[in-house]
Design a protein around this ligand. Structure first.
Ligand SMILES: *[C@@H]1O[C@H](CO)[C@@H](O)[C@H](O)[C@H]1NC(C)=O
Ligand SMILES: *[C@@H]1O[C@H](CO)[C@@H](O)[C@H](O)[C@H]1NC(C)=O
Ligand SMILES: *[C@@H]1O[C@H](CO)[C@@H](O)[C@H](O)[C@H]1NC(C)=O
Ligand SMILES: [Ca+2]
Length: 766
């Protein structure tokens, strides 16, 4: 374990508290868990039956590699190269027949022996059957334990873990020593393309024993040279005015001057107590450079205000006063024409905090309604399976209500089946009557609707009718003639099929009373202008707008739209032309107060990054309270003309992009090295620790609506730059001073070791 110790115990020396702490964190992953049966179990591994279809079920040997991070996955065909995946790629491990594949291809009696490994991104699930119930349980508990253990490591520990793994992989002949060739491979792995001469110099500098191999302390030295953060040294040096250390007083000065935090001596003592790794320094109430780095990496010190991470907004306002994280055609995993539909897509969207999901319902065989993109080749899933998945995953990330948006194309018979499934699966969590005993005059709040499902769809009559029985409403399955019905739905569909629609335009839709009655707070109606809506529509009657129409309203009558959205809900959906499931910019629609701005969640793109950034705060609840100038009935706010008013708070945002750490490779080709660019000068051939020191200034006029996005691209002089990583957050949630920005990959999943280091100041412009 020389390499490991080198990585772990480099500065403090064996026995120091830093070393112990790091060793504990890492060794509990690598070697120190002799006593831990779960880890031992995974390292030994075992045979499992992998399920791909009814006929394809094959035995596979799975085990954890000694890096405790990679799962090795053997095919019986020996000539096939071994397959592996990283624990980092796992999004969930589910016990039982909790995947589409297992439900479809296995019998109920194996329920207790089944489990599934679900991956991030688009990688297919691994559906497995163990030989006994105990064994299945053991796999699931062990994997859960290891994953949560790994997620518990601090950013710095993750970074060191990453480097250690690269070192271990580079040591091809496992002799715990690094040859010059192995060293070069290692540098490539961590994204540094040193030229041969410099690599040689570095190697000679560290190879004190002149053996031609680096071992033990030599690797430590080499590692130190690599991980050295000169920019942090400079900052530390400026404030470390007490015998080369930062005293509590020095720390207060740093916090007040640079971080713009109101800090007392007591706060500084607490920070030293929490982050100092050297016991001797801690005793003297001093912060060492290592302790300072620990502080800078801690989640509370990152660029996002820690107090905004929790639910911090008032959740007791009416539902339509919030932006609601919303998805379009939620069932699709890929494009809108021939891609697969999956209940997994609902799980992914809900786990990402989405609070409005969409179901396109059509008649299926055997009387069971199905979900797919009508008139296309997208595959089908059962309506009831989608509802079950929604029920199971609705409140894993957020407790606040989920809106089930129904696009109903079913016969009355199958609509009754839909109503039956919703009421039997969702039970009392389904809102089937207004809260309270009388006709409501406005929306309930997210707080009041916690844990509830709200159906959005067509309704036969006004909700008021249920409170006025004397008017006698008893009709069953009344025909509603929806003359605009197909015009409206066509917006959801590919233009290839519009010709079919012109023929069907006059088709009538019958609505089952059972289904109609479930529509309480979100009744779909057509939009005939703001004036009509104001005079003729009740608060719960809401319209859906195709993106083009909505953008036009948001540009031409923004203030009218804002007032409309103070009384009602608006849903926006992508144009039918977007058959590739691309997205539109949600920002202008939020600026006009629209709540349900539905995006194709399955598509990695800048618009989804922005959506994730919009909803990263407030406990990832999927609800963000609109600023008061979008809720106040007297508001004159117009995001286009931007007249004076309380919304106008002209600010200057100064950002200095200092450096980045451990940017991942985007091109798996071994020889390719990332050339990172942060809208600055590109830094050539260094993705490990590029440094820029470039300052920028931005003007911000409406801070409450502004979002800030950091994007890192790989610069290419001959073609388009390639995306590496990004992070987006609300302007008002920025912390000032020296901050690390966590980085997300194109799917929005965190890159644990990577980061951007910046300095931020926000000033009033006037
Ligand atoms: C992870 O950290 C939390 C809080 O610090 C702790 O309660 C939990 O037991 C830790 N989990 C593991 C697996 O170490
Ligand atoms: C940025 O500043 C740091 C600290 O002063 C320095 O070590 C580094 O070389 C600088 N980088 C560039 C590209 O100027
Ligand atoms: C309200 O509805 C009635 C009946 O459909 C219609 O005549 C009237 O023009 C509508 N009001 C507005 C302002 O559009
Ligand atoms: Ca070696």
């Amino acid at each position: 374990h020389t390499l490991q110790k080198a990585a772990v115990c480099r500065r403090g020396g064996v026995g120091s508290s830093r070393c112990n702490r790091m060793c504990f964190a890492l060794c509990s992953l690598f070697s120190g868990l002799e006593g831990d049966a779960d880890l031992q179990f995974l390292l030994e591994g075992g045979d499992l039956l992998k399920v791909r279809s009814s006929s394809w079920k094959k035995t596979r040997y799975l085990k954890l590699e000694p890096d405790c991070k990679t799962i090795w996955h053997e095919s019986k065909k020996t000539f096939k190269s071994k397959q592996t995946f990283s624990l980092d790629d796992i999004s969930a491990v589910r016990q039982g027949r909790q995947s589409e594949g297992l439900r479809k291809y296995t019998e109920e009696q194996v329920e207790n022996r089944c489990f599934s490994i679900i991956f991030k991104g688009r990688k297919k699930n691994l559906d497995l059957i163990a030989s006994s119930e105990e064994e299945a349980k053991q796999w699931v508990t062990s994997l859960h334990k290891l994953i949560s253990n790994m997620n518990n490591l601090s950013r710095q520990e993750k970074a060191e873990h990453w480097i250690f793994n690269c070192l271990r992989k580079a040591d091809k002949n496992s002799d715990d020593k690094l040859s010059q060739k192995e060293l070069k491979d290692f540098l490539r792995m961590i994204n540094i393309d040193l030229d041969d001469e410099y690599a040689e110099i570095l190697f000679q500098k560290c190879d004190k024993s002149k053996s031609g191999l680096l071992s033990g302390a030599e690797i430590e030295h080499f590692y130190d040279l690599l991980t050295h953060r000169e920019e942090v040294d400079v900052i530390y040096g400026e404030y470390a005015k007490t015998a080369g250390y930062m005293s509590a007083d020095n720390l207060v000065e740093f916090l007040m001057t640079e971080q713009r935090e109101r800090a007392t001596l007591a706060d500084a003592h607490k920070l030293i107590e929490k982050y100092e790794v050297d016991e001797k320094a801690k005793e003297k109430k001093l912060l060492s450079k290592d302790g300072f780095l620990m502080y800078l990496h801690h989640p509370e010190s990152l660029v996002l205000k820690p107090e905004h991470k929790e639910v911090y907004q008032d959740m007791s306002q009416p539902l339509n006063h919030y932006f609601i994280s919303s998805s379009h055609n939620t069932y699709l995993l890929e494009d809108q024409l021939k891609g697969p539909s999956s209940t997994e897509a609902y799980v992914r969207a809900l786990v990402k905090g989405c609070r409005c999901v969409e179901l396109d319902c059509w008649d299926g065989s055997d009387g069971e309604p199905v979900i797919y993109h009508g008139h296309t080749l997208t595959s089908k899933i059962l309506f009831k399976d989608a509802i079950k998945a929604i029920k199971d995953y609705a409140f894993k990330t957020s407790d606040y209500p989920v809106i089930i948006s129904l696009e109903n194309h079913c016969s009355v018979e199958q609509q009754k089946v839909m109503a039956h499934h919703m009421s039997s699966i969702l039970g009392s969590d389904l809102v089937t009557a207004p809260l309270g005993d009388c006709m409501p005059t406005g929306f309930p709040s997210p707080e009041e609707l916690k844990g509830k499902f709200v159906v959005k769809g067509k309704r036969l009559n006004k909700l008021e009718a249920t409170f006025a029985p004397e008017k006698g409403y008893h009709a069953q399955n009344v025909e509603v003639f929806l003359q605009h019905f197909f015009l409206a739905s066509a917006g959801n569909l590919c233009n290839l099929f519009t010709s079919t629609f012109s023929v069907q335009k006059t088709k009538k839709l019958k609505l089952a009373k059972e289904l109609s009655d479930m529509v309480i707070y979100c009744k779909s109606v057509h939009f005939h202008g703001f004036e009509d809506a104001k005079q003729n529509l009740s608060f719960y009657e809401m319209s859906s707008f195709k993106e083009g129409k909505a953008v036009k309203l948001a540009e031409e009558s923004a203030n009218g739209y804002i007032h409309h959205n103070m009384d009602k809900l608006s849903r926006i959906y992508p144009a039918g032309l977007r058959t590739d499931s691309s997205n539109y910019n949600p920002v202008p629609l939020w600026n006009a107060g629209c709540q349900i701005v539905a995006l194709n969640f399955q598509t990695p793109c800048a618009e989804m990054d922005v959506n994730q950034g919009r909803f990263v705060c407030n406990g990832k609840s999927g609800y963000i309270l609109k600023p008061s100038f979008l809720r106040d009935g007297a508001t004159e706010f117009d995001p286009i003309t931007l007249t004076r008013g309380p919304w106008l708070q002209h600010k200057l945002l100064h950002v200095m992009i200092i450096s980045a750490q451990q940017l991942p490779k985007v091109n798996k080709k071994k020889s390719s090295i990332v050339d990172p660019l942060v809208k600055t000068e590109p830094i050539e051939n260094n993705g490990f620790n590029p440094s820029w020191n470039q300052s920028f200034q931005f003007e911000v006029y409406v801070p409450e609506l502004a979002l800030v996005r950091f994007v890192i691209e790989d610069y290419d002089s001959t073609s388009d730059n390639e995306f590496i990583a990004q992070y987006t957050l609300p302007f008002n949630s920025l912390q000032m001073g020296y901050r690390h920005v966590p980085l997300l990959n194109k799917n929005g999943d965190p890159l644990p070791a990577a980061g951007l280091f910046i300095h931020i100041i926000v000033l009033d412009a006037e």
